[in-house]
Write a protein that binds this ligand. Structure first.
Ligand code: FES
Length: 123
């Protein structure tokens, strides 16, 4: 099984075995990596699974899709080599993926939308 090293924002480092076919995000959740929140469960709609990788690993994981790019535009602390971890499938090519410097966990809070009825003039 490929091994992935997660480095939390506080420097804590965890090397874990990753199941082939799962994702880098799922592997983080399964191993209680606190910096990967993954609020949307892997739907590419929250950016709380953001990670930072070295350039050499960025070439392996590949550039973000247009959908991911949209989410990255809304995220904090994005670097040129910061992919979302939820779309990245674990393959043997990821064995040794390391230097995954994770951002501080960021929670996305949806704003409440208040809809009010229009006030109509009295007739
Ligand atoms: S888990 Fe939400 S964008 Fe990756």
């Amino acid at each position: 099984m490929p091994k992935i090293t997660y480095i939390e924002h506080d420097g804590a480092q965890y090397t874990v075995e990753a199941e082939l076919g799962s994702t880098v995000m799922e592997t983080a959740l399964r191993n209680a990596i606190a910096s990967i929140v993954a609020e949307c469960g892997g739907g590419c709609t929250c950016a709380t699974c953001l990670m930072h990788v070295d350039e050499k690993w960025f070439e392996v994981v590949g550039p973000p899709s247009a959908e991911e790019e949209e989410m990255l535009d809304t995220a904090f602390e994005v670097k040129p080599t910061s992919p979302l971890s939820c779309p990245i499938k674990v393959t043997e090519a990821l064995d040794g993926l390391s230097n995954t410097n994770l951002s501080r966990p960021v929670s996305v809070t949806l704003r409440r939308v208040v809809v009010s009825r229009p006030v109509l003039p009295a007739s």
